[in-house]
Design a protein around this ligand. Sequence first.
Ligand SMILES: NC(=O)c1ccc[n+]([C@@H]2O[C@H](COP(=O)([O-])OP(=O)(O)OC[C@H]3O[C@@H](n4cnc5c(N)ncnc54)[C@H](O)[C@@H]3O)[C@@H](O)[C@H]2O)c1
Length: 317
Amino acid sequence: MPPDVAVSIVVTGGSGFIGSHVVDQLLAQGREVAIYDLQPPRYGQRCAFIRGDVRDVQRLTAALQGCEVVYHLAAESNVNRFYESPLYSHDVTAGSVLCVLEAARTCKVGRVILASTEWVYGTAPGGEGWGSDKRTPITEATPYAQSPDHLYTSSKIAAELFCKNYQRLYGVSYTILRYGIPFGERARPETVTPTFVGRMLRDEEITINGDGSQSRQFIYVQDLAAGNVGALAPKAENEIFNLNGREPISVRDIVTTLEEILGRKAKVRFVADRAGEFGGRFVSSEKAQRLLGWEPAVPYKEGLERYVRWFRAEAGL
Ligand SMILES: NC(=O)c1ccc[n+]([C@@H]2O[C@H](COP(=O)([O-])OP(=O)(O)OC[C@H]3O[C@@H](n4cnc5c(N)ncnc54)[C@H](O)[C@@H]3O)[C@@H](O)[C@H]2O)c1
């Protein structure tokens, strides 16, 4: 049931990987927070919990009464599931944004902060390297991918556009945060870092597609959460920010850094490149630094060390 007392911040998807860290940091700042999720909090957060579906506009409208800011993180975060169930995945990822915006409009919520992704710039092979002219980094001014190669990308672009529509049509303020690829404590097990860590700890083989030079600017999840909290600043109103790691980390870099941390050699098997494998490119987070004073604080290796410690404790390895 919705909480009896008005909460100032509601976090949809607050029981998930990234959302739980956002909630932790909001609570650490003494904010009144409620998690709105299908699943109860898993990591001991002491805050209100509203069990609800983000596709349920009535439930959301009840939950957002008296709320000042809503973070909307609930979505189909596993991009492979889009392929398996496109209708459901799109509904949860983009349809839900209309529900959240509509509830925010009804409840006069001050701001909707949307979790988006660097995928909106496209992930098609050939778009690697730097920005469109291959020299300048991608910024928030870089256009959306013109013909996205993934349903998830189209859905997140739609989600962003709905925020812009609601701002223009109804005056609902937004902040769009385009996340890089996060890693860290509580990461979903099917993603690359947990897979590699688990396999290395169990002395199992790691498979790398191609030569392992494909790279991403991995962002430590607690830094990402800090960027979300920083977006509460008035300057972030109706703005878009990239929140990305400092430097490109290749798949091979992940393995060599893990070898240093664990003090053992990985058993690596290189296999043929996957068709349509995206090599990566550089996304700048300079705007977040300039306007919000945000930048990643934790170096890649340190973030990975913290994650390995957490993983070992959880898995008993
Ligand atoms: N993890 C990534 O690599 C990544 C990268 C860029 C952007 N994002 C975006 O960040 C956000 C959070 O991702 P995450 O990795 O923490 O995902 P997650 O899957 O760990 O968490 C999602 C949460 O949403 C909840 N949820 C799912 N469907 C719901 C529904 N219908 N109603 C209510 N709650 C529902 C789940 O129970 C879960 O707690 C998503 O919007 C995702 O698209 C994630």
